[in-house]
Design a protein. Structure first.
Lengths: 140, 140
DNA sequence: CCGCTGTTGAGAACGATTGTCAATCGCATG
DNA sequence: CATGCGATTGACAATCGTTCTCAACAGCGG
């Protein structure tokens, strides 16, 4: 209920290379911002693809699982974005979705220490900053 | 799509004191952990209340809006918890849901500075740590 | 006590996501 | 290169959390 355990999926399983998954990967890579599965599906269809919605959902799930994409929940829907493989956080414009990847060793350390201090193990953390980027700010 | 703007709801509006909203507030206060609207509704019904599900949703939304409850998304559903009015973050057990409120002035400062450094204004941040608490860890 | 409104409960409606299942395709193998 | 197993796909139905609708109801200021 609270949170799925990462150890519940020990087996990434076989993973075939298909046109569809590659197409989703490419479409995702072509977007600088976080996009929803539905939006990605629509833009792929408009670009001539015949990929199915369910396939887009499945592909995004596996990409996120494999660490090739970051996922976040916003406004009741899941948003995805191609991202660098190393651990990082995000600074996201809540108007246009423009995203900056952040490294923050100090925050990592803090999270680990706080968890340990309270007897918690296997700490994971969610750290995202939302704001209005410079260009959106002037456009008001 | 990305994130609702806090300034979109400038008017908290009048807010009447009703038995139902008080009941929801009380039910929420009686839980140490984050609970879903559905779970809260069920426990209230089992306790003899005849409150409607929609009302629970509405009450939780207003409580969160008024800063009397914290909300977070987990596993595709919204979870709520009565919380102290001051700004804080959470350390949450992903097995039992036990929650510790955290103060972290350093993180607040960091978030503000990072946002400013990238030209972002009106920064808000989401910082939560998930882990397995001591008692759940030994129970394995 | 009245009346104006915000609120409620039941159920329908909704939208995002996932499940189902037969057809298809990747890929290792012979 | 032909073959076969099984993962993957696409269309569609189903599910699930949440919100909407609307008539009945209940705070609360006067």
């Amino acid at each position: 209920m609270i949170h799925a355990d990462a150890t519940d999926a020990p087996d990434p399983g076989p993973r075939r290379t298909t046109k569809q998954r590659e197409a989703v990967r490419a479409a995702l890579a072509s977007s600088e911002e976080f996009v929803s599965a539905q939006a990605l599906h629509q833009s792929m269809r408009q670009a001539g693809s015949t990929v199915g919605l369910a396939t887009v959902y499945r592909a995004l799930a596996t990409l996120a699982e494999d660490g090739e994409a970051d996922a976040l929940q916003s406004g009741g829907e899941a948003l995805y974005r191609a991202c660098s493989p190393s651990h990082h956080h995000h600074l996201i414009c809540r108007r246009c979705g423009r995203t900056v990847e952040l490294e923050a060793a100090a925050v990592e350390r803090w999270a680990g220490q706080v968890a340990a201090a309270h007897g918690f193990v296997e700490p994971e953390h969610v750290v995202d900053i939302f704001g209005v980027c410079a260009s959106c700010a002037v456009a008001r």
